[in-house]
Ligand binder design. Sequence first.
Ligand SMILES: [Zn+2]
Ligand SMILES: [Zn+2]
Length: 249
Amino acid sequence: LEEIVTGVAKKIRVKRYVRCETCSGTGEAPGSGKTICSACGGTGEIRHVSRSLFGQIINVATCSACGGEGKIIKNKCKNCGGDGRVKKDTLINVKIPPGVTTGNYLSLRGQGNAGRRGGEFGNIIVVINELEHKYFQRDGYDVLYDLKISYPQAVLGAEVEVPTLIGKAILEISPGTQSEKILRMRNKGIPYLNGNGKGDQLVRVSVWIPKHISQKEREILESLKQSENINPKPNTDDFFKKVKKHFKH
Ligand SMILES: [Zn+2]
Ligand SMILES: [Zn+2]
């Protein structure tokens, strides 16, 4: 994801056909030259004539001896066997723009396999496959981050350091923040692939409950428990009004 935010230049290793350097792609051994194909007499075609009730039928097929060229190489290049190209491991530079996602692809024109005997080069298609991030979830151009805060932080409010895709940032938790609340950090998401602007980072807050507490913490919590104000009050009129309203719709 960090690479997707900034865009990245990558070197990829590709096994592909490249021009044979010995014969410069012609497929001929030095000084070989070509001779007229004896199978087709230089036309590149083989004609089969057959007679039937309806007259003469002429079948024209490409000559298999010369591949339709009409000429045959006298001495084939030893390096490529007359193909004019050889397989080779090569490193290709790819520039990946910001904002890509799995399934996007880049087409590198003319960087694919060399054609036979000096033929045109094909293309390389690079398909993007995004890796899962350790703690960010992607949703389009937004990223989601789960943040655990303490009960006092949720009640009193706090300034918390939060990782983003472009480094750390301070997030303000306002006093009285409920668990599961989603806070939006604008423009901290992924840049749009085609155009200006960025997605946001969404921070889902949840209150962390410790499993083990010290004696002192226990005493504080026990005394806090006595306070009316900190206990949830779901069974109020207000709550039932909301529920009724919900069922009416
Ligand atoms: Zn060659
Ligand atoms: Zn031929």
